[in-house]
Structure formats: structure tokens, C-alpha cells
Design a protein around this ligand. Structure first.
Ligand code: ADP
Ligand code: MG
Length: 641
């Protein structure tokens, strides 16, 4: 961390801890305690929503499970705090795994519905299982005893504050680590994650489990904080509020979670009485107007775009003076303000402020060592056993309905060679790669790689056994930097687990630094060292293709599949591409190259196989294939059509 940031963080924590000394009114202490508890839920929810890009409307249910785990343990067993909190975390994490199951099958609105059903079922179960939960009566409990000390509102505040800061640090560490990159990669491109050896299946479950653990911790604290829990606290409204809070505050941001939590706790209170509402609405109108003026002056917004928010906020201010009481209007106004924020501030409040002040997203802190700069050892040398067979496909049939995209194709790839795969559009080249990397399971036929069958194994398993690839339509993790993209490819170099990451053990720090060094080395290898901290989606198309190759190399593959790497590259870029594909082979990596640029194919390949309508029509040296009548005809026919 930068020194100024560290000082800022220490200052903020000190202020937080001093709050109950300065403000002695228990009402405000309780309010801030609630905000901190909600923040813990939101840190976890942001992992699922912000990073992996899944929707969850089940988090109020998880929060309830945490609360009831603590409540039941206290009521039935008079369990102490040191038992209830870990139990709540573990039990809720278990339910998180359950909630992850639908996410493995469905996404988007369907997932939202299934997770919502999960939350509802939890609420019903709590209501019905009165032998355990006392049903609708709810459970009363005291503030906990810690180290023989009966906590009161103020000392409980300190407990929550310490746990919240710890939760923040742990979540932050997780998200900055290889685990966080795996979560974010899922959102960017699930197919590419799998093909980089990062199992989408496993990391979706992890994300839900970790997220649920935090919801459980928060839930148990909530039970102690309210000293009373009942089933209808964990309802639909709360789950929607949680989701809105993450989006409003700003996803992929811890400060965003804090802001979101503060809004969902404070805004309803601010709307409680009419005088307060007048202050809020006038303040909002002034803020919106100022934003509009500044935005238009700087050319970032147009008059039309700003008209609705300005008129809307003025109307709200007008309404506040017209209304006599708040009671009937509170919820509707609350809803309107929330919708407004979500609609107009897509990156949340934190994103908006960052944009307005022209601040960059905080760059990943990396320490660049000499090894990285020298680009040394970026490419490890694969075992060279030249001229033995590394991959064998025989009689591969891939059928999509009635279409035989691959029809009885056999391939033999020799170790250490560059094997060209050519053919007209739609002849089945990309399908072959998808079959080799486990994206499709062939209808019939056998494939062995390094002596082991590939058929039926998952893409991530195949990737980890040494096959890396690029994609015809580039599949990068768009919101991640170039370096982070390559680091996802280096995921397999980490042995550190969740505990290593949370504690920052020497093992984790060593692996993490090694991944930075190698990542930068690989970027340098493909000539992208200058763009290491640029988000992948902002790179020009040609550079994106090069980045994909660097990411694939990070996997230390024995076999590299390149699907039209030269497509969209300029002539000088293609020349460069040729030199480093050669370099890759010099390191002993075998390459299968799909390419339309004949000069590239002819100048580099040792062997070329030609596909047409899913069948192999020719094979041999480049010159031999080029002269083949059937090949000429296939290409001419393709061009005529
Ligand atoms: P190439 O890469 O040689 O241009 P492809 O392998 O992408 O060709 O496609 C071969 C044929 O298989 C095409 O006719 C394509 O429409 C079809 N195809 C590929 N993937 C699928 C799929 N998932 N479902 C149905 N048809 C597919
Ligand atoms: Mg293709």
C-alpha cells in the first residue's frame, strides 16, 4: 500500500473506533453498527455480483441463516461468542454451496429467480421449524459476553468495527489474489477461464461459499445487535436492498460496499420525517444541478441527457414542500431515488465520483523486480523429445444435429513441430480445436494427448495437462488489465489456499511475486510490456490477439493451438507474429496453427492438413499440399461460392 493510503486508512479506522466516545447517543451507535454489519454482507455479495457477474437474490436468506445459527445456539446451548460466530460462518457457507448449484446451470434472470426462491424457502423453513427456531415468535437474546465482559451497545460497536475491518482486509486480499482473478475471469469469459485451467465450476462454487460465509458472519452479529430475530426480517425487500446497495455503491469496490450499506440504512431514516426529507431533496437537487453544469461545461454530458435528472430532482424538491407528512410516501420516494441512482449511475456512486474527479481505478500494486524486466525465464522450455507423437486423433466425428462438422478426421501431431490446419470457411477447423480442448465432446472417435485420452475430460483439466489455446473471436477478460489476463494463465503456479491469501503467508507472497515477474516477462515476449496495466478491452484488436497468445503461454503448454492468430493484424505485426511463433517452437512447444494467410502457413509449417466440409482432403509438406489438386479445387470452389 502507498504510504498516503495507509495513513488515510489508519485515520479512518481511528475515527470509526472513536465514534462511540464522541457520540454517546445509543441510537446513533446502533445505526452505525447496522451499517457496518450490512457492509460485511455487501463485501461478500460483491464477490458474487461484482466479480463473478452472477445475480443473487438469496443473500437475505443467507443472512437469516447466520442470524438463526447464532440465535439457536445461544437459546438452546447458551453457546459463547467464540462458538456462535464461527458456527454461523461455517453453516452459512455450507448453504452458500447449495445456492451455487443453480448458478452452475442457469444465469441472468433465471438465476435471479432461483436464488429468490432459495431465499423464500429459507424464510418459510425458519417460520415452520418452530421446534428449533420458535417459528414466528422469534428468538430473544442478550448482547454477547466477550472475555468475561458483558458487552453493551458501545463495546459491541467496537467488536463489530474490528470484525468489519478484518472482513474488509480479508475480502480485499482475496480479490487481489489469484482467487479474485479467477472470479473476475468467470465474468470476462467462462470459456477462456476453463481453457486457462481455471475451472468455472469450481470457482463459481467458491465465490458463493466465500460470499455466504461473510453473510453468515454478518447475520450472527445482526442477531446480537438487534437482540431479537424473527423470520420476516429476512424477506424479499431486504434481499433486493442488498443487491441495490452493491450496484448503487459501485460494484468491485469495498468503498462502494460501505457507501451502499450507509445508503440503505440511512436513507429510509432520512425520509422518516418531512423536515429531513426537505433537506435531503433540496441537497440532491443542488447536487444534480451542479453535476449537470460541470458535465455540460466539460463536454461530458449534453443538455438532453441531463434534462430528466435535473427536472426529476427539482420535482422531488417541490414535492417535499408540498407534502405535509411523510408516512404514506416514504417507500415510494425511497424506491424512486434508488431507481434514479441505479439508472443514471451505472458504475455506482464510487464510479461516478471517480469519473468526476478523473481518478483512475486503483492500479494493482505490483513490485517490478529485475527478473521481470529482463524477461528472463518467461517461457519455460518444454521437454524436447523431437519427432515422437504428442497428439493423436483418430476417426473424430462431431455432429451438430444433421451436420457433420467433422467427419472421420484423423490427425497425428509430432512433438516440436508447427502443424498447419487449413481449409475454407466452415470446413471444421475451429470445431477441431474445440474438440481437442474439451469444449465439445466428439460424437465418435478417439483423441490421445501425451498418452492420455482427452475425450470426456473437462476443458480445465485438459488445459492443465498441457494444451493451451487462443480463440478465433478473441476471448479476453475485458475488465482486467493485460497483466492480470496473463496472471490468470499463471493460476496453475499457485499452491496457496484461502488461508494463505487471507494471512498473506510467505508462500503466497512468493508465488504472487513470481506470477508478476513471469507475467511481465511474457508480456515483454509478445511486445506488450508497455501496456501491462491497460485494461484488455481498451487494447487495439491486433494487440488483443498477442495478449491472448501471452496468456496461453502462461499455462506452460506442451501444445499450443492458435486459431487464426494473424486475422486482423497489420503486415508488420504479422511479421513479428511469425518470429515469435518460431521462438515458441524453439522452446520445444508444439504448435497447431489455423491460418488463412497462406504465406504464413507456407513459411512456417512443417506439416499441413487440409479440411473441407469436415473431412481431411490432403496432408503433407507445405509445397506438396499447395500443389494438390483437391486443395486448389476446395479453395477455388470456396471462393466461387
Ligand atoms: P471453420 O473454423 O473451419 O471456419 P467451424 O469449425 O467454425 O469452421 O464450423 C464448421 C461447421 O460447423 C460450420 O458449418 C458451423 O456452422 C458448424 N458449427 C460449429 N459449431 C457449431 C455449433 N455449436 N452448433 C452447430 N453448428 C456448429
Ligand atoms: Mg474457424
Amino acid at each position: 500500500m502507498k504510504r498516503s493510503h495507509l495513513l488515510l486508512a489508519i485515520g479512518a479506522i481511528a475515527l470509526l473506533l472513536l465514534f462511540p466516545v464522541g457520540v454517546t447517543n445509543p441510537y446513533y451507535i446502533h445505526l452505525l453498527t447496522t451499517i457496518m454489519i450490512y457492509s460485511i454482507v455487501l463485501f461478500g455479495l460483491d464477490i458474487v455480483v461484482g466479480y463473478t457477474g452472477q445475480v443473487s437474490l438469496g443473500h437475505a436468506g443467507l443472512f437469516g441463516i447466520g442470524a438463526y445459527t447464532a440465535g439457536v445456539l445461544v437459546m438452546k446451548l447458551s453457546a459463547p461468542l467464540w462458538l456462535t460466530l464461527p458456527a454461523a460462518v461455517l453453516v452459512t457457507a455450507g448453504f452458500g454451496a447449495l445456492l451455487a448449484l443453480p448458478a452452475l446451470r442457469v444465469s441472468g434472470p433465471y438465476l435471479a429467480m432461483v436464488t429468490l426462491a432459495f431465499g423464500t424457502i429459507i424464510q418459510i423453513l425458519i417460520n415452520e421449524m418452530d421446534f428449533l427456531t420458535e417459528g414466528p415468535m422469534g428468538i430473544k437474546l442478550e448482547k454477547p459476553i466477550l472475555l468475561g465482559l458483558q458487552l453493551n451497545e458501545r463495546s459491541f460497536f467496537w467488536l463489530v468495527a474490528v470484525l468489519m475491518v478484518l472482513a474488509l482486509i480479508v475480502v480485499h486480499r482475496i480479490l487481489r489474489s489469484h482467487l479474485g482473478r479467477a472470479f473476475e475471469a468467470l465474468r470476462g469469459s467462462p470459456v477462456a477461464s476453463d481453457c486457462m485451467g481455471v475451472s468455472v465450476y469450481r470457482y463459481k462454487v467458491y465465490a458463493f461459499v466465500i460470499s455466504a460465509g461473510f453473510a453468515g458472519l454478518a447475520g450472527s452479529l445482526y442477531a446480537y445487535s438487534e437482540q431479537y430475530i424473527s423470520p420476516n426480517s429476512y424477506n424479499f425487500e431486504l434481499t433486493v436492498l442488498f443487491l441495490l446497495a452493491v450496484i448503487m455503491g459501485g460494484r468491485k469496490s469495498r468503498i462502494g460496499s460501505l457507501v451502499g450499506a450507509a445508503i440503505i440504512v440511512l436513507l429510509p431514516k432520512l425520509l422518516d420525517d418531512i423536515v429531513m426529507f426537505r433537506y435531503v431533496s433540496v441537497g440532491l437537487a443542488v447536487l444534480v444541478m451542479m453535476t449537470a453544469v460541470v458535465g455540460i461545461q466539460r463536454g461530458r454530458a449534453t443538455l438532453q441527457k441531463m434534462a430528466i435528472p435535473v427536472v426529476g430532482s427539482l420535482a422531488l424538491a417541490g414535492l417535499s414542500f408540498w407534502l405535509k407528512t411523510m408516512t404514506d410516501w416514504r417507500l415510494s420516494i425511497f424506491g424512486v431515488i434508488m431507481l434514479f441512482v441505479v439508472y443514471y449511475l451505472q458504475d455506482g456512486i464510487v464510479g461516478f465520483v471517480r469519473n468526476a474527479l478523473n481518478l483512475q481505478r486503483p492500479k494493482a500494486q505490483v513490485q517490478i523486480t529485475g527478473a521481470a524486466l529482463a524477461g528472463r525465464d518467461a517461457l519455460s522450455t518444454a521437454a524436447a523429445g523431437a519427432s515422437s507423437e504428442i497428439l493423436n486423433a483418430s476417426g473424430v466425428l462431431m455432429q451438430f444435429g444433421g451436420l457433420k462438422a467433422l467427419n472421420d478426421v484423423s490427425l497425428s501431431i509430432r512433438r516440436g513441430t508447427i502443424h498447419g490446419l487449413i481449409g475454407p470457411n466452415g470446413s471444421g477447423k475451429s470445431t477441431m480445436m474445440n474438440v481437442l480442448t474439451g469444449i465439445y465432446v466428439p460424437t465418435a472417435g478417439a483423441i490421445t494427448f501425451a498418452g492420455r485420452s482427452v475425450v470426456g475430460r473437462t476443458s480445465s483439466d485438459i488445459a492443465l495437462s498441457g494444451i493451451a489455446r487462443t480463440f478465433q473471436n478473441v476471448q479476453l477478460f475485458g475488465e482486467m488489465t493485460a497483466l492480470q489476463n496473463v496472471q490468470v494463465g499463471l493460476h496453475h503456479t499457485f499452491a496457496s489456499n484461502l488461508l494463505d491469501v487471507a494471512l498473506g503467508t510467505p508462500r503466497y507472497r512468493r508465488e504472487s511475486q513470481a506470477a508478476v515477474d513471469r507475467g511481465l516477462g511474457l508480456l515483454q515476449f509478445v511486445g506488450l510490456a508497455d501496456l501491462a496495466f491497460e485494461e484488455a478491452r481498451n487494447l487495439p484488436y491486433g494487440k488483443q490477439r498477442l495478449l491472448e497468445i501471452a496468456r496461453a503461454l502462461a499455462l506452460d503448454p506442451q501444445l499450443l493451438l492458435l486459431d487464426e492468430p494473424a486475422a486482423g493484424l497489420t503486415a508488420p505485426d504479422i511479421k513479428e507474429l511469425i518470429t515469435f511463433i518460431r521462438k515458441i517452437r524453439e522452446h520445444g512447444v508444439t504448435v497447431i496453427l489455423i491460418e488463412h494467410h497462406m504465406d504464413v502457413v507456407m513459411s512456417m509449417c512443417d506439416t499441413v492438413s487440409v479440411l473441407d466440409f469436415g473431412q481431411k482432403i490432403a496432408e503433407g509438406g507445405p509445397a506438396q499440399v499447395q500443389a494438390d489438386e483437391k486443395v486448389v479445387e476446395a479453395y477455388l470452389g470456396g471462393q466461387a461460392a
